[in-house]
Each structure stands twice: as structure tokens, then as C-alpha cells.
Design a protein around this ligand. Structure first.
Ligand SMILES: [Zn+2]
Ligand SMILES: [Zn+2]
Length: 113
């Protein structure tokens, strides 16, 4: 998400916030973007991925659309304990993990189950 009042035509790094913990994007805090400016940071993704990747997931089927893909796939969702309006579905958590692992600047790898 974007900082309220941020100029969408001149976004700075600190205007981009994680939808799940509201922390700002920094060189140390890698982010993966979803639809409509939604973002998840590496720290939130690690927790979400650890909860969602096992079969069965450690999270229930979510109600309502995923913040990242805007779809309601009837999949397990992880909801942030900090911002519980934000949720990420299993598919998005997996896709974001792949993106982040390929980002040489992120230095991130998915948590081992
Ligand atoms: Zn976060
Ligand atoms: Zn999703």
C-alpha cells in the first residue's frame, strides 16, 4: 500500500508500505508487489509462507479476497496480526517466495518447514 498523501506519480521508497505490517520499504526490507499497489515485505512473507506452505496449511480457508491478487480462491489465507484487513492466499505466498528468492538484493530464502 502507499503512504496516505503520497504522490502516485512520484513515489519514493518510503511511500511504499507493507500491507501486512505497515513498515516502509527500505534497502534492507525487500518487498514483493501485488495488484493495486499492495505489497508484502520479506518478514511478513516468511511468516505467511511458513503457515501456508504445509499440506494442510496451518491457516483456515479465508473469507474474502486476497490483498495481493484481489481474488477469493477458497484457499487458506494468512492474516497479519498487525493489520488484519490484509490477507494473503497460499498461491500469492508461493509466488512471492519465488520472486523474492530470485531477487539478488533481497538475500531471502523461504523458511524450511
Ligand atoms: Zn510486512
Ligand atoms: Zn492471492
Amino acid at each position: 500500500m502507499h503512504q496516505p498523501g503520497a504522490n502516485p506519480n512520484d513515489l519514493r521508497m518510503e511511500d511504499v508500505l507493507c500491507d501486512f505490517c505497515a513498515a516502509a520499504w527500505t534497502p534492507e526490507r525487500a518487498m514483493v508487489e501485488g495488484h493495486r499497489g499492495s505489497c508484502i515485505c520479506h518478514a511478513c512473507l516468511a511468516v505467511a509462507y511458513a503457515d501456508l506452505s504445509p499440506q494442510p496449511a496451518r491457516q483456515p480457508i479465508g473469507q474474502g479476497p486476497c490483498t495481493m491478487c484481489l481474488e477469493d480462491r477458497g484457499e487458506p489465507h494468512w492474516r497479519s496480526p498487525v493489520r488484519d484487513v490484509a490477507r494473503i492466499c497460499r498461491r500469492c505466498a508461493r509466488m512471492a517466495a519465488v520472486v523474492l528468492e530470485r531477487d539478488p538484493d533481497a538475500d531471502w530464502s523461504r523458511p524450511q518447514a
